[in-house]
Design a protein around this ligand. Sequence first.
Ligand SMILES: C[S@@+](CC[C@H](N)C(=O)[O-])C[C@H]1O[C@@H](n2cnc3c(N)ncnc32)[C@H](O)[C@@H]1O
Length: 201
Amino acid sequence: MTAESFPATVMPDPDWWQALWPQPGQVLAGLGIAPGTGMAVDLCCGDGLFTAPLARLARHIVAIDNDPRMLALAREKVAAVSDAGACDFVEGDAYDIARLVRRPADLVLIANTFHGVPDKARLARGIAAVLKPGGWFIVVNWHRRPREETTVLGQWRGPRTEMRMTPEEVAAAVAPAGFRPARVVELPPYHYGAIFEKPTA
Ligand SMILES: C[S@@+](CC[C@H](N)C(=O)[O-])C[C@H]1O[C@@H](n2cnc3c(N)ncnc32)[C@H](O)[C@@H]1O
């Protein structure tokens, strides 16, 4: 592990995670990520749940995680997608995104991780630095519902209730880095996607 992991961001067990996210490609479509996307970053990619469908939509992607075992799993998932675009797998700290990503990005996705980032403004600044003007920053987060209400396969799941954020709280956290809220997409049963734009001027 090259960096300290953010709290409460361990990759969930695949059994209930796959039950919760049976169609990750449809999630990306719902977020408005379309075929022909240029350069995309899957930040804190985990085992590649969203990396593989993203690789089918984007011409080039960079998948970042601080856990090499996760990157190996993500690499396998992407390799199984025959029409995947070019993909770089980078071990490193999400805070260092501006150093890890060498070309301007059209899109940065962070799924199921932002709630645990201790210095959200710092991370947002790094993301803003790699995005092109007009580029999208997408945060997929658990809704701010009590943990005992977010059951999957018969058990309470997800981060502690007090760590969960509303879309408005995410917007407030990333605003100092210059991000403008574009829209919020419902991702049933328990998530939302908050989409931000880096202003063009
Ligand atoms: C809850 S998992 C989410 C994985 C994937 N985005 C998904 O939604 O299925 C969070 C991931 O973030 C990674 N992670 C935690 N702290 C990190 C850090 N400081 N830098 C890079 N990756 C980190 C963990 O290794 C883990 O794979």
